[in-house]
Design a protein around this ligand. Structure first.
Ligand code: 1HN
Length: 346
């Protein structure tokens, strides 16, 4: 190219820039990559390290003052975005005995996966559920919710859970609203256990009107998930990539338990050495039981119970475990499926 032409182009691009216009031919490759080029990177948060920071957070601020005492798990590739993947948020929340997290509601849907401790509770639209390690609990979009923990004298203990929210998705659409409840704690409207009785036994009240897209079972207790995995381990062949893997479902629709976030529970028997697979839904894993190694693209992490790791979009992932392992995981799969974007390779 002649100097004259080069100068002409440079001048043209500069004048375009002033008009908030840009030449597509200089950006086309990055706008339409040949395959996902996720800014999100493989990462692990080891609970043995994280728990000390949580304990310190407990000393510097109460849950009531903080509203939610949470340490955000931010992907190192998504600095400043409070995101663990490009579409999802994750954090670790702690409630000490006697503490309350005040009532509010927002458009963002939330999941809780209980890491440590029992007896704290969350109230969702007037019904309470008690937390136990491994329970998967849902706060639907726009549902009032507050959390509480009994005083130590009443058996309250430190409880820690993983929060997963669709914050980046709602931010992308600029569709978020939030409100603070007029009371610290919302009034209880139904006895604990009402929702599981109504919807958690392959039955449902006659003339029940389905409203909303979120499962009415807002606590999927670990005891039942674990028992199911245990039975299937004895009854069915292992998938060579993912062992035994189940998705949490909305019994009213058969669809995902949450409209924007897919959730899974998975069992890998001791000695399992899985094949690599990939998918376009970047996924957050929480280790419930067991020890092993996960290979994610070029990286490799050893993991132990309560560690949290993230697999970016289209990164090859495989597991090798030394002891029987249970993994909880979540991703934006429902959104990608609804939009016809999900792709997998095995
Ligand atoms: C929220 O409401 C909770 O209810 C947890 O426990 C984390 C992160 C951002 C915005 C709202 C909760 C949150 C959150």
């Amino acid at each position: 190219m002649t100097d004259k032409k080069q100068n002409q182009r440079a001048d043209f691009y500069r004048r375009l820039d002033e008009q908030h216009m840009f030449p597509l031919w200089q950006q086309m490759h990055s706008l339409v990559p040949a395959q996902p080029a996720d800014a999100c990177v493989p990462a692990i948060w080891r609970y043995s390290q994280v728990r000390d920071y949580l304990a310190e957070a407990g000393e510097i601020i109460s849950s009531e003052e903080a509203v939610r005492r949470v340490l955000i798990l931010e992907n190192p590739g998504l600095s400043g975005q409070s995101s663990i993947t490009s579409s999802l948020y994750a954090g670790l929340q702690m409630l000490l005995p006697g503490e309350t997290a005040p009532s509010h509601r927002h458009s963002q849907s939330a999941l809780r996966f209980v890491m440590e401790g029992s007896g704290a509770f969350t109230v969702v639209d007037g019904e309470r559920t008690t937390m136990h390690p491994g329970d998967f609990i849902i706060t639907p979009s726009w549902a009032w919710h507050d959390h509480g923990n009994p005083e130590a004298e009443q058996g309250g203990e430190k409880v820690v859970w993983l929060d997963g929210l669709d914050i980046p998705i709602v931010r992308f659409f600029n569709a978020g609203f939030a409100e603070v409840h007029e009371e610290l704690v919302q009034p209880i409207q139904r006895a604990e256990g009402t929702s599981p009785a109504r919807f958690g036994h392959n039955l449902m009240p006659v003339r029940h009107e389905v409203n909303g897209r979120t499962s009415p079972i807002f606590n999927y207790p670990y005891a039942r998930s674990r028992e199911t995995l245990d039975i299937l381990l004895r009854q069915q062949a292992l998938d060579p990539y993912e062992g035994i893997k189940l998705s949490y479902r909305n019994p009213l629709t058969g669809g995902w338990a949450m409209p924007t976030i897919a959730t899974f529970i998975q069992l890998l028997p001791a000695g399992f050495n899985g094949l690599p697979s990939r998918s376009t839904d970047a996924t957050v894993y929480s280790v419930v039981e067991g020890e092993g190694v996960v290979r994610i693209g070029e990286r490799q992490f050893s993991f132990s119970p309560r560690d949290i790791f993230v697999v970016p979009s289209w990164a090859a992932v495989s597991f090798s475990v030394s002891s029987e392992t249970v993994l909880f995981s979540f991703s934006d799969r429902p959104v990608q499926e609804a939009l016809g974007l999900l792709r997998e390779a095995r």
